[in-house]
Design a protein around this ligand. Sequence first.
Ligand code: DON
Length: 560
Amino acid sequence: MAIIGGPSRWFWLALFLLLTAEIQAGLPTSAVATAHPLATRAGIETMRRGGNAFDAAVAVSAALAVVEPSGSGLGGGGFWLLHRASDGKQVMIDGRERAPLAAHRDMFLDEQGSFDQKRSIDGPLSAGIPGMPAAIIHLAEKYGRLSLETSLGPALRLAREGFVIGKSYLKLIGFRYPVMLAYPAAAKIFLVDGKIPGPDFLLVQKDLAHTLEQISERGRDGFYSGPVARAMVRGVRAHGGLWSFSDLEQYRVVEREPIHANYRGTRVTSASPPSSGGVVLSEALNILSGFDLARSDAIGFKHLVIEAMRRAYRDRARYLGDPDFVSMPIERLTSLPYGAALGSGIRIDRSGFTAEMDTGRSEPEREGQDTTHFSIIDAEGNRVAATLSINYPFGSCFVAPGTGVLLNDEMDDFVVHPGSGNVYGLTGGEANMIEPGKRMLSSMTPTFLENPERVAILGTPGGSRIISMILLATLDFEAGKEPDSWVSVPRFHHQYMPDVVEYEKGGLSDDEIQGLQAKGHDVKELNRQYGNMQAILWDKMTNRVTAASDPRREGLSLVE
Ligand code: DON
């Protein structure tokens, strides 16, 4: 067709596309990846109402507290890693639980003076002072642009109107059933007439809705003083716990500088103490940067990664704890020369054997199965990576009557007894011993990865294995892979003690198992897959945002 007179519509279309591309240059689209579809939708809904990624993080944190009560909640805590696009500020909101002021080292010994792990994971003695409500209030006030009431809206609705539970709920409630039976206020909410509910159970949480309302109307005072605080302190003390009003009144979030590392041109930003995540991740990456991983075969690659994990987890146990209580050689631990020195001790042909490095033993008694992570990016480039926890599935299984708030059992993340591992088999030293008001060491590793072309936001639950999962995903990012690969990568883990390479079902091939055994590694297959990673990638070259939820579980990621 001949074009006569004036520019054709194709010209105008091309001009329009060019202009919109210009306007959009440098900005991503928004995305949310969480462990539960309803929480993901709460985040998207909040951004559609004009909220930024930080408002969405408030909405998602609160929604997860309602729809994934096994993993996190108002009675728990976590770490929110933020990147503010307007000024590039990166900060970690530390909403980790603290030990009650009456806590002491012997609090988990029984009448005979022996360590009793039940006391550090079941019931209110195991509960630290929650940080989650203070953290979301702080996030909303300092970084958000919507009112707390607006951002808590979706969670409030879900608590009031209820939602139908999913497969994870059923599995995990079965795991904690006997403990929950011991606490009637919790059993009344999460069980049906003292029995495990059926798959179509509509979980309505009226008391939790009321507590959320109190927070939305009165801020801090809605949780840390007033009727909710009174009910919690009364309930905890009636069942052998140590909480006081001062514990709640004194709780404060802390803004901390994240840990930074540089791995082959990728800037790593991750959780700082009281999480061990960023330090252990950086240390392992620094060790590995001395090796040409791309030229290693699969067995050689895995051997090196295992040896890096072993050394980095050793330092976790040796040095790390709450920065407000202990001084730690963070700069040295995360330095390249230190990584190189540790790496130089690695032999290519054989395992580094923990026993040759140190002595001592601890077995993980049970598998960590919960906690939660979400990742968010908004259309301005603000980012949040948050890993939240009440520790064990359904935390301590304790709810103070009238509050609907399931309390954590995070006290078990301390060195609960010298010489014994915690529930994840983690050992530690003086730095992580129980002290009044101290924050227990965590493995939660919300992380940003950034190179000139790409930005990643990621994290996962998984107890002590969190850090090794983030390490594997970081190596996959660096190899140029996309989020659906990072979240699916087959997982293996070494944590220094016990001296075992654990791998998820199908995580190592027969050849790899034999190859690692030939180097002297004790290799053990777990009877399941683990982790629940939620990841977002912003490709800055194309401005494309992609997101992925771990295929092992029920999460949902949405890109707007
Ligand atoms: O803070 C920590 O390291 C633990 N409380 C996390 C627990 C966890 O991830 C359990 N889930 N699998």
